[in-house]
Design a protein around this ligand. Sequence first.
Ligand SMILES: NC(=O)c1ccc[n+]([C@@H]2O[C@H](COP(=O)([O-])OP(=O)(O)OC[C@H]3O[C@@H](n4cnc5c(N)ncnc54)[C@H](OP(=O)(O)O)[C@@H]3O)[C@@H](O)[C@H]2O)c1
Length: 283
Amino acid sequence: MKYVVTAATGNLGQTAVKELNKLVGAENVIVIARNTDKATKLFLNNEVRHGDYEDKSSMIDALKGIDRVLFISSQPSDKVDRATAHANVVDALKENNIKFVAYTSFPDAQNSTTPLATDHRLTENAIKEAGIDHSFLRDNWYLENEIGFLQSGAANHDALYWANNKAGWALERDYAEGAAKVLTSEDPREIYEFAGKTRTYDELGKALQEATGNHFAIKQISHDDYVKSLEEAGLDTPTAELFASFQAPIDSGSLNKESNDLEEVLGHPVTPLVDAIKEVLAR
Ligand SMILES: NC(=O)c1ccc[n+]([C@@H]2O[C@H](COP(=O)([O-])OP(=O)(O)OC[C@H]3O[C@@H](n4cnc5c(N)ncnc54)[C@H](OP(=O)(O)O)[C@@H]3O)[C@@H](O)[C@H]2O)c1
């Protein structure tokens, strides 16, 4: 059985490849990357193939002779919109009669109203329409997204946020291990809502106080004041607005999805939040 990880050079992909190597042996794990130089340096024991989601023929070639695919969603790009790039991947999966695909999606992708879910819903639908056996790995929020908040507390500065509501933060390596386990599972389910325990920013801040031993204030401020605080820290306005927008799916409740799926698939608890924070801050 031959396994592939696409977009393997990203943070999630790198850990997923390591996990798959442990589970099935590196000789059975092929890496697809748009930047093969980067991939060759990262993956010394895996076959590396070139595949760019924006170039369908490269994906058709890269997927030849493969049985199971971990299809990692890409980042939005200016050149080709992400839904189209993902549709190229689905066409390439179909063309190669791939037996099974696990796709990294978005929480409750079929019903979610946040704009971030749109590409994922379209990609899920394209996979279903293509008739390929699949699992949708609906990853909640990466703890790594909160690096600014975490570093503020670590420096004993106020930890600021604007979003109400909760997110199911977990380390990317926990999501990656879950993805590898689903990909190698004999009887995968169609949908996994992967998440840590759901928490508010205030709860995240308290865990950060425990992880750092610091006694900074945890403050909710308005969205506009949050943007201003980022500008005062040196960001230009578009970047400050972009960073602030990362909290919008939390504020809208789109990530407030309690689920034990990740823990069940891992076969052990998700990394406890205080330990996970220490790990991110130590990098
Ligand atoms: N749930 C969450 O909290 C959350 C947060 C952020 C992102 N995400 C999603 O999860 C995915 C994985 O996260 P990550 O941390 O691993 O992201 P990342 O480190 O930014 O990696 C993104 C990966 O996508 C690859 N890629 C981008 N465009 C591509 C294309 N056209 N063709 C082929 N590969 C392409 C990149 O290749 P290069 O190495 O060549 O750039 C890289 O390997 C992201 O891409 C995004 O869809 C989820």
